[in-house]
Design a binder for this molecule. Structure first.
Ligand SMILES: NC(=O)c1ccc[n+]([C@@H]2O[C@H](COP(=O)([O-])OP(=O)(O)OC[C@H]3O[C@@H](n4cnc5c(N)ncnc54)[C@H](O)[C@@H]3O)[C@@H](O)[C@H]2O)c1
Length: 279
């Protein structure tokens, strides 16, 4: 995990917005937090991994201190398992109690695995992906990480009476196109589209927008550990823009969707994939 050293304060378009990022200690989470901070926001990082959370807070504070005043006061790190409804609800309440509101929730926690053919995919692997990426509990118990986050962030935004809010679900290009070897992951990410469509349809009346973001492979351990080198070369050769995504490409889209520039966008499918999902 590293911050982008070239990134400078941008526009102030997120000035004092309060932005929660789940999976906040991971690769995309940290870089998105950096952009949000540099655009003026206060950020809450929620993650299961306490050690990484501490590293994330320190790295972000150090990385932003020449650009913004007292960055450590604008970052809250909370250890929580986002598949546990009570833990997630409490983490969101703690965010509101600390910073006084909730403007954006980026539901970004997720897991992947080494590419596995459908015919060799175990129920356990399928279940685990759906549990963390889409739901929690057992297959019969349709609670979702994203569902839980959507529900509780949505309630807080509705009850605030602010008439606005942005909820962004981290899906994947694999949630738009079938990528052999990724059945369990792809299904869990495709399901997020549906969740966002329902969220957009029901929460629009409160001014809450719900959208999905679909990155192609990101230059990150999550992606590079999934595929053998020759497969990555094949994927790159088929990518119109000829490179993997960088975490900051996703961060740029998330900050846009968090901003008032995106105030009329909801239920949208936002590809950040160098043209991969060409359908
Ligand atoms: N990296 C890629 O190539 C890629 C491509 C498309 C989509 N995505 C999606 O983007 C998101 C972030 O990916 P990343 O590359 O930053 O991965 P990452 O592994 O660096 O970060 C994921 C974070 O989620 C956290 N997490 C996992 N389960 C959790 C739980 N139950 N509760 C709380 N935190 C939990 C992990 O601790 C980790 O810090 C994921 O949803 C991923 O599926 C990634």
């Amino acid at each position: 995990m590293a911050v982008n050293k070239k990134l400078k304060p941008i526009s102030g378009r997120l000035q004092d917005k309060i932005i929660v990022i789940t999976g906040g200690a991971g690769n995309i989470g940290v870089v998105t937090a950096q952009r949000c901070l540099l655009e003026g926001a206060k950020v809450v990082l929620i993650d299961l991994n306490e050690t990484q959370l501490n590293v994330a807070k320190t790295t972000l504070s150090a990385g932003c201190k020449s650009s913004i005043e007292s960055p450590q006061e604008r970052i809250l790190a909370i250890k929580a398992d986002v598949t546990d409804e009570l833990q997630m609800e409490n983490a969101l309440k703690q965010s509101v109690a600390t910073f006084g509101g909730l403007d954006t929730c980026f539901l970004n926690a997720g897991i992947s695995y080494q590419a596995t053919p459908l015919l060799d995919t175990s129920v356990e692997l399928f279940d685990r992906c759906m549990n963390v990426n889409t739901k929690s509990g057992t297959l019969e118990d349709l609670h979702a990480e994203a569902f839980i986050g959507l529900k509780h962030a949505g309630r807080i935004m509705r009850d605030s009476g602010s008439g606005q809010g942005s909820i962004i679900l981290a899906s994947s290009a694999a949630g738009l196109i079938a990528r052999p070897g990724m059945t369990a992951y792809g299904c869990s990410k495709q399901a997020l589209r549906s969740l966002a469509m329902y969220g957009a349809a029901e929460l629009g009346q409160y001014g809450i927008r719900v959208n999905t973001v679909h990155p192609c492979g990101v230059n990150s351990p999550m992606f590079l550990d999934c595929w053998p080198e020759h497969k990555i070369k094949e994927m790159l050769a088929a990518l119109p823009l000829g490179r993997l995504a960088e975490a900051d490409d996703i961060a740029a889209m998330v900050t846009f969707l968090a901003s008032d520039d995106a105030q009329f966008l909801t239920g949208g499918t936002f590809k950040v994939d160098g043209g991969q999902a060409n359908y």
